[in-house]
Design a binder for this molecule. Structure first.
Ligand SMILES: *[C@@H]1O[C@H](CO)[C@@H](O)[C@H](O)[C@H]1NC(C)=O
Ligand SMILES: *[C@@H]1O[C@H](CO)[C@@H](O)[C@H](O)[C@H]1NC(C)=O
Ligand SMILES: *[C@@H]1O[C@H](CO)[C@@H](O)[C@H](O)[C@H]1NC(C)=O
Length: 421
C-alpha cells in the first residue's frame, strides 16, 4: 500500500515536471503579427526573448512598428534592452484584470527589476485605471506621468502569457543611458575577482582580439582567481605564447549569449578558438537555473554576470576551461598546434603567464595530474571532446537521468496498477 502511494506521488511529480517544462515562445507568438515585427526583432537581438520564455507568468507590453522604430533609432542595444525589460511585467494581465485593479492602482514588477540593474524600485511599473475606462502605465520614478495607454489585447494564453499593445513606451530619466562604451575590461575583470585572467588577456594581446569582436557580439567566460589556484590546474607557464592565445580565445564565444540565453541553449557552441567543425567547442549543460560548460576534460559552472552591455557580456566561471585539443585526455604530450602555430596577433616578449606559477601542479606535462573535480560523472567527458553525449546533455547534469527514469518507472508501475484494479 505504501509502495502504491509512493508510486502515485512519484507519478504526480512527473506530471508536474512535464507541465512546468511546457512553455511559450514569444518570438513565435509575435511572428503572427507583422505590425510588431520591429519589436520582435529587438527581443531577439537583445535576447530578452529568452528571458521572457523562461518565465511562467508574464505580460508583454508591445509597441507597434512605428513607435518602436522611433524609440530605437540610433540607440545602443543596451538601452533598448532596458526598455524591453521594463515592458515585460512578471504577472498576467488581460483586459478584465486591468480594469478590475483594486483601488484603481497597482505596482507590478518587471524583468528590469529582477535583473538587478534597476536602482531602487525603478524596475516596477505603475498600472492605474484612469477615468473613462482607460488604463495607464507609468514609471515609479517621482513625477512620472501615466502616459503609456493600453490600446488592445493582442494574444492571450490565460495565466501564462499575455501580449498587450500600449501606445507609448514607459520611460524614466536614465533608463536610456547605456553603460559607457568605453568600459575598461581590465578594470571590470579585476573588480569581479578575475585579476589573473585580466593580466593574462592583457599580456598575451588577447584583450585586443576581444575588443575588436565586442561590437559584433561577444561573450567572455572569465575564470576567477581561485580557479587559477585550484588543485590539478596545469602549469600554464609551460605553454607557448600561441597556446596561451588559443586557451584565452577558447574562453570567449563570438556571439552574444547572456546567461538567460545559455539556459535556453543546451548543446555545443563554438568559441573564438574554433577553426573547424567541433574543434575547440564548449558544451552547454543546464540544470534548473544553473549553467555549466563542459570542455570534454573538465566542467565549469557559469557564476556571475560581470557586465551585460548588449551585444557584449562577461560571465565568470569557477574553473579554467581546458580544451582537450590543448591538454589532451590522458597524460600524453599535447598534440601539436599546427593550424594555430602561426605567430599570435600580438606576441609578447615576456612570459605570458606570471600568476599561474602559484598553481600547485608541478608536472611540466600538459595533462591534468588528478582528474577534474569529481563533482560530475566522468561519463560526461567524451574522449574526443565532441558533443557525442547529446543524450546526457538533454537529461541535465549527472545523476538527473537516473531520477527521471525512476519517475518514469514509477509512472508505468502506477499505470499498470490502475489498469489492474
Ligand atoms: C522560438 O520560435 C522561433 C521562431 O519560430 C524559433 O526560431 C526559436 O528557435 C524558438 N525558440 C525556442 C527556444 O524554441
Ligand atoms: C501610480 O501613479 C499615480 C499617479 O502618479 C499615483 O497617484 C498612484 O498612487 C500610483 N500608484 C501606486 C500603487 O503607487
Ligand atoms: C584600465 O584599468 C587598468 C587597471 O585597472 C589600468 O591599468 C589601465 O590603465 C586602464 N586602461 C585604460 C585605457 O584606462
Amino acid at each position: 500500500m505504501a509502495a502504491k502511494l509512493l508510486a502515485f506521488v512519484a507519478a504526480a511529480a512527473l506530471l508536474l515536471m512535464g507541465a512546468a517544462v511546457e512553455s511559450h515562445n514569444i518570438t513565435d507568438i509575435l511572428n503572427g503579427y507583422p505590425e510588431y515585427s520591429v519589436y520582435n526583432n529587438y527581443l531577439t537581438q537583445t535576447k530578452v526573448a529568452d528571458e521572457i520564455n523562461s518565465r511562467e507568468t508574464v505580460t508583454c507590453l508591445v509597441l507597434s512598428n512605428g513607435v518602436m522604430s522611433g524609440l530605437a533609432a540610433k540607440r545602443p542595444l543596451a538601452a533598448i534592452k532596458a526598455v524591453l525589460r521594463l515592458l515585460t511585467l512578471l504577472d498576467y494581465y488581460d483586459a478584465k484584470k486591468l480594469h478590475d485593479i483594486s483601488d484603481g492602482s497597482v505596482l507590478t514588477t518587471t524583468l528590469l527589476q529582477t535583473t538587478g540593474n534597476a536602482a531602487g524600485n525603478l524596475g516596477f511599473v505603475n498600472i492605474t485605471d484612469l477615468k473613462g475606462g482607460k488604463v495607464g502605465f507609468g514609471s515609479t520614478a517621482p513625477g512620472s506621468k501615466l502616459d503609456s495607454v493600453y490600446t488592445k489585447s493582442v494574444k492571450l494564453f490565460p495565466y501564462s502569457i499575455a501580449v498587450l499593445e500600449i501606445d507609448h513606451p514607459i520611460l524614466f530619466d536614465g533608463l536610456l543611458d547605456a553603460p559607457t562604451k568605453a568600459a575598461n575590461l581590465t578594470a571590470l575583470l579585476e573588480k569581479a575577482g578575475c585579476k589573473t585572467f585580466a593580466a593574462l588577456i592583457a599580456s598575451s594581446g588577447v584583450l585586443k582580439i576581444y575588443q575588436s569582436a565586442m561590437d559584433k557580439g561577444l561573450t567572455v567566460f572569465a575564470p576567477n582567481d581561485e580557479a587559477f589556484k585550484a588543485d590539478g590546474v596545469p602549469d600554464l607557464s609551460t605553454l607557448s605564447n600561441a597556446e596561451v592565445v588559443t586557451l584565452l580565445q577558447y574562453h570567449a564565444v563570438p556571439r552574444y549569449v547572456p546567461k538567460a540565453s545559455l539556459l535556453a541553449s543546451t548543446g555545443p557552441i563554438s568559441t573564438l578558438a574554433s577553426s573547424g567543425a567541433g574543434k575547440y567547442d564548449l558544451t552547454v549543460k543546464t540544470k534548473g537555473d544553473e549553467v555549466t560548460l563542459a570542455t570534454g576534460l573538465d566542467i565549469s559552472r557559469v557564476a556571475n554576470t560581470v557586465i551585460d552591455d548588449t551585444p557584449f557580456c562577461i560571465l565568470t566561471v569557477d574553473n579554467i576551461l581546458l580544451p582537450t585539443e590543448l591538454f589532451g585526455t590522458a597524460p600524453a604530450p599535447a598534440p601539436g598546434l599546427a593550424p594555430d602555430a602561426s605567430p599570435s596577433p600580438a606576441p609578447t616578449t615576456e612570459s605570458p603567464a606570471p600568476a599561474p606559477k602559484k598553481a600547485k601542479a608541478p608536472a611540466p606535462e600538459r595533462a591534468l595530474s588528478p582528474p577534474a573535480p569529481p563533482t560530475e560523472s566522468p561519463a560526461d567527458s567524451p574522449d574526443d571532446g565532441k558533443p557525442a553525449d547529446s543524450k546526457s546533455v538533454k537529461a541535465g547534469a549527472a545523476g538527473k537521468p537516473l531520477s527521471i527514469w525512476g519517475f518514469v518507472a514509477a509512472a508505468v508501475a502506477v499505470g499498470s496498477m490502475l489498469l489492474a484494479s
